[in-house]
Design a protein around this ligand. Structure first.
Ligand SMILES: NC(=O)c1ccc[n+]([C@@H]2O[C@H](COP(=O)([O-])OP(=O)(O)OC[C@H]3O[C@@H](n4cnc5c(N)ncnc54)[C@H](O)[C@@H]3O)[C@@H](O)[C@H]2O)c1
Length: 431
């Protein structure tokens, strides 16, 4: 056993016995002096150097040529792509036009182009009827609404339609969309709603309108503002023509709406004159119909809901103040005629048939319940005494006039209100 051990220990120190000056148990001497010529020898033997050089050459050729091939593109690189064998991998990194050319297909957005329209406030009463009309005539419609007074229920029948989109958005914030026309309706319209947060109402009217006009300017879309007969205030001219400048209280409870809309009209005209934006202005008079909010304080919806619920109709003041009532389909036809026509406006859109509140109460009674009663209350601040549109300008230039008389329109609204009030009551019964 012993000699074997000695032999192993002596191995690193050459063959001659103990030639290491430090003795048999000293650390090994460094080997590199000897190994360098050995590895060169190894390379030179059996043409190994030659094969190594050939390998390097092949590798560098691949890395130089490959990027050039991919820049040339798949159609040239892969002859089969032209005959319909293009794969997703082949198309990666190729521009849209190129992809369509390569794949032989036209992208959906470039085919026969439909008119694309945005309706702000499209989930509301007027907006939802307008959307129905636009979808009905083949347009693509995008509704932008924050659902303050609007309801998804008003649009639920369109949710599966590929030409319809619904976006929850507040118009006080900017939005970027690609459209041809902008119907700008977003704004609470009934006194109950617009007085609820007056600062928000004026922000919606001013900043919302600025944002949508900015969008129209940026994308070259035509812009329509739904203004209101409230810009005439408590009018000193009767009936009101578009040339009348109004009699508005700038610091009253209604000013957030009235002055807000007046400013919105100003902005609209300034974008038109200053920036060449194509604009349209509609001044809408009282409108009624299905999908109005049940308890929004507007006189027609108030009376109808009260009589269906077997409550007395509330008449403010002596009930002799007058209003004109337009059925919603007439308004929608007027808005579309205005948008599609060549005239900026402003145009009065309303029904010139004039009713006192007491006369309206009689029509509602006759339509729903002859035993309905009336309750008088003090009048609200700044309630205008009379309102009646002069629509000769719209008749002449838009070839438009309302067709549905109150006695025909009211029953259509009553059916809708009856169903909703019934559902409301059933909902209460389930709680
Ligand atoms: N109905 C009328 O008798 C009448 C009369 C004159 C003018 N108008 C105008 O017509 C338009 C529509 O009126 P309506 O009767 O359908 O009212 P509405 O309250 O039923 O509809 C207004 C819609 O705008 C939305 N909206 C409100 N603020 C918004 C905001 N900041 N961002 C996004 N969406 C917002 C609401 O959620 C709602 O869907 C309004 O601009 C109104 O001033 C209506």
């Amino acid at each position: 056993m012993k000699p074997k051990l000695n032999h192993r220990l002596e191995m690193p120190n050459s063959n001659n016995n103990n030639s290491n000056q430090y003795g048999p148990y000293s650390p090994k001497l460094p080997k590199h002096n000897r190994s360098l010529p050995r590895s060169i020898n190894y390379l030179l033997r059996e043409q190994r150097l030659l094969f190594t050089l050939i390998g390097i050459l092949i590798g560098s050729t691949f890395f130089i040529i490959q990027p050039i091939l991919s820049r040339i593109g798949p159609s040239e690189a892969h002859p089969y792509t032209r005959s319909g064998f293009t794969t997703r991998h082949d198309l990666r990194g190729v521009g849209l036009e190129r992809r369509s050319a390569v794949a032989g297909r036209v992208p959906a957005a470039i085919g026969a182009r439909r008119l694309r329209v945005v309706v702000t406030g499209g989930a509301g009463f007027v907006g939802s009827h307008l959307v129905d009309k636009l979808i009905g005539r083949g347009n693509e419609v995008i509704v932008v609404d924050n659902f303050f007074t609007g309801r998804k229920d008003n649009l639920v029948h369109l949710l599966g339609n590929p030409r319809f989109e619904l976006i929850r958005h507040d118009v006080v914030e900017p939005i970027l969309l690609e459209v041809d026309q902008i119907y700008h309706l977003a704004c609470p319209a009934s006194p109950v709603h617009y007085k609820y947060n007056p600062v928000k109402t004026i922000k919606t009217n001013v900043m919302g309108t600025l944002n949508m006009l900015g969008l129209a300017k940026r994308i070259g879309a035509r812009f329509l503002l739904t203004s209101t007969s409230e810009v005439y205030g408590d009018p000193l001219e009767h009936p009101q023509k578009e040339t009348y400048w109004g009699n508005v209280n700038p610091i009253g409870e209604r000013s957030c709406y009235d002055e807000g809309k007046r400013t919105a009209e100003t902005l609209t005209m300034d974008y038109h004159r200053g920036d060449g934006v194509e604009v349209r202005i509609a001044r809408i008079f009282n409108t009624y119909g299905p999908r109005m909010c049940l308890d929004d304080g507007r006189v027609v919806s108030n009376f109808v809901a009260q009589v269906i619920r077997k409550q007395p109709m509330t008449v403010y003041g002596d009930g002799k103040q007058t209003r004109s009532f337009q059925y919603v389909s007439d308004l929608v036809n007027g808005l579309v005629a205005l948008m599609d026509g060549e005239h900026v406006g402003p145009f009065n859109l309303g029904n010139p048939g004039e009713f006192t509140m007491l006369e309206l109460a009689e029509v509602v009674k006759a339509t729903i319940d002859p035993s309905a009663t009336i309750e008088f209350r003090p009048n609200t601040a700044d309630d205008p005494h009379m309102r009646k549109p002069d629509i000769s300008k719209a008749k002449e230039l838009l070839n438009w006039e309302p067709k549905v008389p109150l006695k025909e329109g009211l029953p259509l609204m009553v059916n809708d209100f009856r169903n909703r009030i019934l559902n409301e009551d059933e909902g209460k019964g389930m709680k």
